[in-house]
Design a binder for this molecule. Structure first.
Ligand SMILES: Nc1ncnc2c1ncn2[C@@H]1O[C@H](COP(=O)(O)OP(=O)(O)OP(=O)(O)O)[C@@H](O)[C@H]1O
Length: 460
């Protein structure tokens, strides 16, 4: 028997349809809960493995109110919703669901989503075990290059090194997100080298650099004569990475057709060379992108199911301008490297250069900083770097990031910040662990800001 599912849905017909689909696919189904209160009762008495949760329920309370209670039971849940407004969707997203099903749903989407959620939950449980066993190594406190080859002392970098350590101890796919030049490949290789696969190959594929017509053969190989130009048999990157790791850089550029083949590798652990037979592979997948994959999904350019398969363990690298505490450690480190390589005795940077480096927004991130340091070392003829030449920025200097650059008002920012914090503390405003404490403001001040900004638990 497959998992036991609880349906929380106040619409009788929809609940019944869902029950029929689930039972037909071999799932056990708990009695349907039509309200928040009924759901709480069933969660106590009849512990399900997964919950399908309608956002709008009969009565005062919503599915979003129920989410923290389901999470307390460590049960994965998927929202069921008709087209919700953006704020409701945002609030729902903050409760960390395993997915969304938008009504009216197709049977195959329901079953695919259940499959994805079950898989994700199993991965999360195994990651949680690794994470529990994780101990912060003493060199994490260093400001030098000790942290997996990463210089810096920002809290963002410290978080990333912790995630690298956890990912290295697990087998799950990893998705690394961040602008170009932030260190995604460095992170991918650090995970591989510190994992149990570390002595096996790590194969890098830049999906943006391979032509769409050749990418299938590049990844999975081909048999001799399988297409015009296939004069020899070719071993693909997956086979080259056998027992090791494949790093799929710029995965957002991968054609849709290849995305479905990649999904099969993730699900079945098998590849099919062009013109050849299926074969099993044992390869860990680490993918990276500087695109906003949610936007790519919305535009129909990226598969939702692949996204969920990869999003098991996301690692987000902030742009360098948002972790200024890393700028000087990185600059100092590479100053040492390039000075030694060029037999120069350069001890540091002048104060005005330090200020320039700290003030610059670094659209090309760490890569741009390294290039600048190299050039400055070559041009320097004294013990201090007193001058650096940075490119003049265009009016909108932030490149390599497809996130919409819309300007928010202060009120919008404040509202979002409060909403994020409330979601983090399950809407607890007062007392220990409440939003007022986290935001370090008086709870009555927070309450009045919430009223002013139209924030209430019923989605403002
Ligand atoms: N914290 C760091 N300390 C030292 N070097 C770093 C750090 N972060 C990144 N680098 C270096 O910066 C350069 C760019 O990093 P990397 O190639 O990993 O970026 P990326 O995000 O994969 O870029 P792209 O998206 O363009 O492929 C590399 O030389 C890498 O070694």
């Amino acid at each position: 028997m497959k998992n036991k599912i609880l349906i929380v849905e106040d619409q009788f017909i929809e609940a019944n349809n869902l029950r029929r689909v689930l039972e037909g696919a071999g799932y056990a189904v708990c009695p349907v809960a039509r309200s928040f209160e009924e759901a709480v009762k069933i969660l106590r008495s009849d512990l399900p493995d997964l919950v399908l949760l309608d956002i709008f329920l009969k009565g005062d309370k919503t599915g979003i109110d129920l989410a923290p209670i389901i999470r307390e039971h460590k049960i994965p849940f998927i929202y069921l919703s008709a087209n919700s407004d953006e704020r409701t969707f945002k609030l729902a997203k903050q409760t960390s669901p395993y997915g969304f099903l938008v009504k009216p749903f197709r049977e195959k989407d329901v079953l695919a989503m259940l499959d994805i959620a079950t898989n994700l939950h199993a991965e999360h449980l195994s990651l949680a075990r690794v994470s529990k066993a994780y101990k912060e190594p003493s060199d994490l406190k260093s400001t030098g290059i000790g942290n997996f080859g990463m210089a810096g002392k920002s809290t963002g970098l410290k978080d990333v090194t912790r995630l690298i350590q956890i990912a290295a101890g697990a087998e799950s796919p990893v998705l690394i997100l961040g602008e170009s030049g932030t260190g995604k490949e460095l992170v991918a290789k650090a995970i591989h080298h510190h994992s149990a696969r570390g002595k096996k190959p790590v194969i890098v594929v830049d999906c943006a650099a391979v032509s769409p017509t050749l990418i299938e053969s590049e990844l999975f190989g081909h048999e001799k004569g399988s297409f015009t130009g296939a004069v020899d048999k070719r071993i693909g990157k997956f086979e080259q990475a056998e027992s090791g790791t494949i790093f799929l850089d710029e995965i957002g550029e991968m054609p849709l057709e290849i995305q479905s083949k990649l999904l099969r590798v993730l699900q079945e652990k098998e590849i099919c060379p062009v013109g050849g037979k299926r074969k099993n592979v044992n390869v860990r997948i680490i993918a990276a992108t500087n695109r906003n994959l949610e936007e790519e999904i919305a535009a129909g350019r990226f598969r939702l199911d692949l996204y969920y398969r990869l999003y098991v363990f996301p690692i987000e690298l902030s742009p360098l301008r948002e972790r200024k505490a890393d700028i000087m450690p990185i600059a100092d480190h590479y100053l040492g490297v390039f000075a030694a390589a060029n037999n120069k005795k350069i001890t540091g940077f002048s104060d005005s250069v330090k200020k320039t480096l700290l003030d610059y927004p670094w659209p090309g991130n760490v890569r741009q900083l390294i290039n600048l340091i190299e050039r400055s070392v070559l041009l320097c003829d004294g013990p201090l770097i007193k001058q650096v030449t940075l490119p003049v920025l265009q009016r909108n200097p932030i490149v390599g990031n497809n996130k919409a650059q819309s300007i928010k008002t202060f009120a919008d920012n404040e509202r979002d910040h409060i909403l994020d914090t409330l979601a983090k503390c399950n809407w607890k405003v007062y007392g220990a662990g409440g939003a007022a404490e986290l935001l370090n403001i008086n709870s009555s001040t927070l309450k009045s800001r919430m009223i002013k900004l139209g924030i209430s638990k019923q989605f403002g």
